[in-house]
Write a protein that binds this ligand. Structure first.
Ligand code: IMP
Length: 439
């Protein structure tokens, strides 16, 4: 019998970069499996452990715990060359990658997907999405068009060649006709991928069976979401979104389990808001406050190094993310970054065409015109980066947190006050306190 209480889905509740890597790394200490279920190497997780900084793209944060299985689910798109590079970097630093498992059904990001991604962006010009350029959209498009290669194809180089031979003529035709790109030679591509196929093959398996077995045995499974609610292909700020379902409900189909396998959904929210890439962002501050948040929060992309756009916390978004994910708890990150601000704003509604809007608009054209309505909160001067319990936080910080949970309608269970594992506060008697072995 599956035990739903043993599985937890963690998702970003803004535009990605909420600090999920740190939260997942912290909770992975008590997990038996950490599974990713969507996205690819567009994700960038920074995990800080003492003096060590790890930047992960495909690989879940669980890899840093020797007893934990790290799993790349079928809903992901995987770049074999980048994944091998990631494995090599970890192993060079003494981290074992023996516990990594890859779903045979995960799709592969091929060299031509990156060409399409970058060429599409160039052709869109000022209407570009601002993608990471990693080939994510084209790989998902080929999956839907039923002309993708999957991880299982890597386990037999002859099958890999056969499959590539089926799709390459069409890809080459498209590359030449639509993108004026020379195209690829079959044998050269096979040779490019052969070492990665050999290296990754032993890790390819039926991860759906593995997960179901683990849950039946009462093991703890953490589902690691990438990107965030507003980058979701359906519910995000389309077309300025990524190409996968980033919401908690995607954990099932993206890992080969049914909807009854999960009951707990933790949404990670930064104490303010950031976004990389193009698209609407109502509480963006392009002035001093935005610069201050970027400097204090080190807001530069892990994958692309791009400076992130910054602004105040947006409760309209938090409520929306709570609804579309079915959130049961919140993790608030980077609360320490707000220290020393005299006042702190929360966008509680939008003003648009003389109307006050409290729900996230359906129309992106309308969202573009929305101006935030702010409620102003007192700031605090104290350095909170060493505070270990909610009771020891300054009164103003407690009020700010209470306002966030009330506006989102979901309880705060975890607060992060710095990048290190030690800089984490867990609410006593919450679900997460139980997960971590406390009361
Ligand atoms: P793509 O996923 O590379 O196609 O990019 C589409 C949009 O999602 C762009 O705005 C990217 O900046 C954004 N994006 C993709 N992955 C991440 C992430 O891990 N964090 C934040 N933004 C992301």
């Amino acid at each position: 019998m599956m035990n739903r209480a043993n599985s937890l889905v963690i998702v970003g509740a803004q535009w990605g970069d909420e600090g999920k890597g740190k939260v997942i790394d912290y909770l992975a200490a008590n997990a038996d499996v950490v599974a990713r279920f969507q996205g690819g190497d567009n994700a960038g997780h920074t995990v800080v452990y003492g003096a060590n900084i790890f930047k992960l793209h495909h690989i879940p944060s669980g890899i840093l715990y020797p007893g934990c299985i790290s799993l790349l689910g079928n809903g992901m798109v995987i770049n074999p060359l980048v994944l091998v590079d990631e494995l090599n970097k970890l192993e060079k630093r003494g981290i074992s990658t023996a516990n990594l498992r890859i779903s045979g059904k995960a799709h592969l990001i091929m060299a031509y997907h990156q060409v399409y991604d970058q060429a599409n962006e160039a052709l869109l010009g000022e209407n570009k999405i601002g993608t990471t350029g990693r080939g994510i959209g084209p790989a998902y498009a080929d999956k839907a068009l039923r002309r993708g290669l999957r991880a299982i194809d890597m386990t037999d180089i002859d099958c890999f060649r056969d499959r590539l031979a089926q799709v390459l003529p069409l890809q080459n035709r498209l590359l030449k006709d639509a993108y004026n790109y020379p195209g690829y030679d079959l044998e050269q591509l096979v040779e490019l991928y052969r070492p990665a196929c050999e290296r990754l093959s032993p890790m390819v398996t039926d991860t759906s069976i593995l997960l179901a077995d683990q849950l039946s045995e009462g093991k703890k499974v953490l589902f690691e979401g990438a990107q965030g609610a507003l980058l979701d292909i359906d519910h995000g700020t389309y077309p300025f979104v990524t190409s996968s379902s980033t919401v908690a409900g995607a954990a099932g189909p993206g890992s080969g389990l049914g909807p009854r396998s999960t009951a707990r959904m933790l949404g990670v929210l930064k104490a303010y808001t950031t976004r990389v890439g193009e698209g609407p962002f109502p509480s963006e501050d392009e002035g001093e406050t935005g610069d201050h948040l970027r400097d204090q929060g080190g807001e530069y992309g892990t994958t692309t190094g791009r400076p992130r756009r910054c602004g105040w916390f947006d409760a309209v978004i938090a409520r929306y993310a709570a609804r579309i994910n079915g959130l049961t708890g919140l993790a608030i990150t980077k609360l320490d970054v707000l220290s020393s601000l005299e006042t702190i704003n929360i966008a509680v509604a939008y003003e648009c065409g003389g109307k006050t809007i409290k729900e996230f608009p359906l129309s992106m054209a309308e969202l573009q015109l929305c101006k935030p309505v702010y409620e102003v909160f007192s700031g605090w001067d104290e350095d909170i980066s060493r505070v270990g319990s909610i009771t020891d936080l300054p009164g103003a910080a407690k009020l700010y947190l209470e306002a966030m949970e009330e506006m989102a309608g979901v309880p705060v269970e975890l607060i992060s006050v710095g990048p290190d594992r030690a800089q984490t506060i867990i609410k006593p008697r919450s679900y997460l306190a139980g997960w971590c072995g406390g009361g």
